[in-house]
Design a protein around this ligand. Structure first.
Ligand SMILES: *Cc1c(COP(=O)(O)O)cnc(C)c1O
Length: 465
């Protein structure tokens, strides 16, 4: 499999190169040159397979020659050995036609583990093979950071630096990042918001000398391997509910558009999906785009679903490439307009295509709180605020059409956001046993200014390269 950049200026790469480089040097994102297909017969045969076996079948066309089958199977097994549910991503039935897909059974209690645990395995394999070391730099709105740290904490070949917005992640999220206590893992609390963190990371990647000196590599959701690993649970969930014999819809709590883009890819591969539902909190750039055809930046709002407090959805660029029939010029023009005017306008044709596959909604803080309470009262399920956003928009969609099973993604465990969950329900969600001592562990964190030069200096000093 070859990969191309959405902006068309980069040379084609193979999977290994895409994995390690993360962001294309022309500023675009890598996408497969063609979409492989899974036949309906193969889909039927998935009914008898485990999560890990389906993962191998779904991802193999994307990784091509990078790993032998034996290697890849072993990496998948290892990646999911630390999940605390045998099904890896189990489905829970809420009502006649509404299901929750629980994605929080990994080490850090959010769906980011599903991709990151596998990426950790893949990085180590490739670096060892090439006798290289690398520096992973990631910006996080809360969950990516700890997932990356957990995935690499035993690696001797990788240093991890995570930039998170100081004071804007939950205490559990912060402690998961600051209590790992390994010399290759570094938590940096940036005096700014998530978009500042993301912009700092981008600036480091855009500095060729810094990038080369440290062998920088990114594991944010713009890394194709993240998206690829997330395709799998859309397939396993649909298959569990009778796919390809019947269609399903997915409601996806959305921030950077990575997770829901993985669902879109699943549809491209041949999965029978009816609608993909973009569920946003008050940071509703995508919902406004579906309504008006204008993708325009607005100020960031802080919400009780902080992992979705994002102004621009980086992965939307990958969808844009598809909406414009893979014309990199059209993507380039949109992105230039976004950089200069803070917005771009979709053509009518692109907007119609977008609305065919997707439905969207934006949920108020009050509604999010009400849904958390209702879900406990009606179904006995405690959900995190992000999941509640997904449930709210799924309910709204079902007012129009609910002919097929609706699967809402439960993206984090409620105990990651105990303050909000308790305020809404009066209940204290309990942390799983492995985190029983989280609040007594010693924290190690460096508070840094939103200043690219200062941060670069700190990273240079601390990396082992
Ligand atoms: C990252 C995250 C999201 C948003 O996912 P995207 O891929 O960025 O759209 C939603 N919920 C939780 C709990 C997350 O950690």
């Amino acid at each position: 499999m070859r990969y191309v950049s959405t902006r068309g200026q980069d040379e084609e790469l193979n999977f290994e190169e895409v994995l390690i480089s993360g962001l294309a040097t022309d500023g675009g994102l890598y996408v497969p040159k063609i979409w492989p297909k899974i036949s309906q017969n193969d889909m039927y045969s998935f009914a008898d397979l485990s999560y890990q076996e389906i993962a191998f079948q779904v991802m193999k066309p994307f990784t091509g020659e990078t790993f032998s089958d034996e290697e890849f199977i072993e990496m998948i097994e290892k990646a999911y050995s630390k999940f605390d549910h045998e099904a890896i991503c189990p489905l829970v039935q809420l009502s006649k036609n509404h299901f929750l897909l629980e994605l929080f059974h990994g080490p850090t209690l959010a769906f980011k583990d599903v991709a990151m645990q596998l990426i950790g395995q893949m990085f180590n394999k490739i670096l060892k093979r090439k006798n290289l070391k690398a520096t992973v730099i990631a910006a996080t709105s809360g969950d990516t950071g700890s997932a990356a740290m957990e995935a690499f904490k035993k690696s001797e070949l990788v240093d991890v630096f995570v930039l998170f917005p100081d004071g804007r992640v939950s205490e559990v999220q912060r402690r998961q990042m600051t209590t790992i206590s390994r010399s290759n893992i570094h938590a940096l609390a940036v005096q700014g918001d998530f978009d500042d963190c993301q912009s700092l990371v981008k600036q480091m990647f855009n500095d060729p000398k810094f990038r080369n000196d440290l062998n920088l590599t990114g594991v944010n959701s713009i890394n194709w391997a993240r998206v690829m690993s997330q395709i799998v649970y859309f397939v396993t969930a649909a298959v569990a509910l009778g796919s390809p014999g019947r269609k399903v819809s997915f409601s996806v709590p959305t921030g950077n558009f990575g997770d829901i883009f993985a669902a879109f890819v699943a549809k491209k591969l041949g999965l029978q999906i009816d609608k993909l539902i973009i569920a946003s909190n008050q940071n509703d750039i995508l919902h406004r785009t579906l309504l008006s055809g204008v993708y325009s930046k607005e100020g960031l709002k802080e919400t009780i679903s902080p992992s979705m407090d994002i102004q621009v959805a980086s992965n939307f660029e990958r969808l844009l490439f598809e909406l414009y029939d893979r014309d990199p010029k059209a993507v380039q023009a949109s992105m230039e307009s976004l950089a200069i005017d803070g917005k771009f306008i979709l053509t009518d044709n692109a907007l119609n295509k977008l609305r065919q596959d997707f439905f969207s909604g934006s949920v108020s803080e009050e509604m999010t709180a009400r849904i958390i309470k209702q879900t406990l009262n009606q179904y006995g399920e405690l959900v995190c605020p992000h999941t509640a956003v997904g449930l709210a928009v799924a309910n709204k969609f079902c007012e129009f059409s609910c002919g097929v099973p609706m699967i809402t993604l439960a993206t984090a465990h409620p105990s990651k956001f105990p303050e909000s969950v308790k305020r809404c329900t009066g209940r204290d969600p309990t942390l799983p046993n492995r985190y029983a001592d989280l609040f007594s562990r010693t924290e190690e964190v460096l508070t840094v200014k939103n200043d690219i030069n200062e941060i670069k200096t700190i990273i240079r000093e601390r990396t082992s390269i």
